[in-house]
Design a protein around this ligand. Structure first.
Ligand code: ZN
Length: 405
């Protein structure tokens, strides 16, 4: 039980040293706690403390869930008295609703309302902040990891996922040349994200009827599945056979960097691409299942703090339905063309080798491929799958927590 591990179990075997702590009520509703070794005191709103009481009546330890009856919760609840238990390293609060709560100092420190501590928690544990890069820096930011080490060593697994979160791209090298690799990689993290096109998919030019060398056309920069509300987050592309012809290179560009440039150089275009909602679509059938996907979203999507959450871009998958006011259309096209030009200028081309597993953020990077020629004895063969960020971030947090224990 979580509560017991942090709190009650400490009674009986005292911590090696008791740090002097003090606590007092400030401004009638807040509680201030101070460790003498720390020059800064921590202030906690009473209402938040009462809401997060850790006793068995208010909190379900094994599921780490609040079980307080919120239909009766008094938001005007006030601390009447506070004291400390230095042996247990806890602050104890008596409340105006006749309840008593005990808060371990470690638990309080981890939930400090100080801005810099909150920022540190969010960057270290919630989601690592992304670092945007121009195409010219690709070689410097794209980290390589050994496939075998990622599969066997949790520390290397964490390094790979951290690099993927920060830069949006990372490469695994030395994978065996079998079709099960993408599934094993996805299952090392969590599980494959299925789409209309199945779980694993094969990227291969369809050979011509008479075994003619088949020209595979260039694939312009795009994000996959912009027509899904819940887009697959990360592409895993395993190269089994690479073309010996010129071409067949991957193109990658950090669209967050492209958005940064647009914001700087063409602020009106940036604003328009963040605001105007575009219809993205995909119509067809796969394995007998007919589908008609539509999702409406701007090219550049922002969160409540104005940070990029995702980018949508696909020439073929943009719907001919464009549900915006007539007078928006011409200017939107001008802005979108600027974005596409900047993206092309920033794109970096490189060729994966058999055994490489390229992993990148599908809702941040644009990807494409240069054209190539297959021959009878050499046809480019890539197996792909997707993973979702929810699953990746969760795995990353579990790894970090385990390492810090
Ligand atoms: Zn309680």
């Amino acid at each position: 039980m979580w509560v017991q591990r942090l709190g009650r179990s400490m009674v009986g075997h005292a911590p090696r040293f008791c740090r002097p702590i003090s606590a007092r009520i400030v401004g009638k509703t807040n509680v201030e706690v101070q460790e003498q070794t720390d020059s800064q005191s921590l202030i906690f709103p009473g209402v938040w403390l009462r809401d997060n009481c850790l006793c068995e009546e208010c909190f379900h330890g094994s599921s780490r869930s609040r079980k307080l009856d919120w239909d009766k919760f008094d938001t005007r609840v006030r601390p009447l008295q506070v004291r400390t238990d230095e042996q247990a390293q806890e602050a104890i609060v008596s409340w105006s609703d006749s309840h008593e709560s005990r808060f371990p100092m470690k638990w309080l420190r981890e939930r400090s309302f100080q801005e810099e501590r909150q920022e540190k928690y969010l960057a270290d544990f919630y989601r690592p902040p992304s670092r945007h890069w121009p195409g010219s820096q690709f070689e410097a930011i794209a980290q390589h990891f050994d496939y075998g080490q990622v599969m066997d060593n949790d520390q290397v697994l964490e390094q790979w996922l951290q690099a993927l979160a920060v830069y949006g791209v990372a490469l695994l090298r030395g994978a065996p040349l079998d079709e099960g690799v993408v599934r094993r990689v996805a299952e090392r993290v969590g599980f494959i994200r299925r789409t209309t096109y199945g779980e694993e998919f094969v990227v291969q030019a369809k050979p011509g009827a008479q075994n003619f060398a088949y020209l595979s056309l260039p694939l312009p920069l795009h994000t996959d599945l912009p027509y899904y509300e819940y887009k697959p987050s990360v592409n895993i592309l395993h190269c089994l056979v690479q073309t010996e012809s010129p071409g067949g290179s991957n193109l990658l560009v950090d669209a967050f960097h492209v958005a940064d440039r647009l914001r700087q150089e063409h602020p009106e275009d940036f604003e328009r691409l963040c605001r105007v909602v575009v219809d993205w679509n995909d119509i067809g059938s796969e394995d007998g299942l007919e589908f008609h996907n539509i999702w409406r979203a701007p090219v550049i999507c922002l969160d409540a703090q104005g940070r990029y959450t995702r980018v949508n871009h696909s020439v073929p998958q943009r719907d001919s339905h464009f549900n915006v006011p007539l007078e928006e259309v011409q200017s939107w096209y001008e802005s979108y063309a600027k974005f596409v030009q900047l993206a092309r200028a920033e794109a970096h081309a490189f060729k994966t080798r058999p055994g490489d597993v390229l992993t990148f953020n599908n809702i941040r990077l644009l990807h494409g491929r240069t054209g190539y020629d297959d021959t009878e004895n050499n046809s480019r063969y890539i197996v792909g799958a997707y993973l979702d960020w929810d699953i990746i971030y969760s795995r990353l947090r579990v790894l970090k927590k385990r390492r810090n224990q």
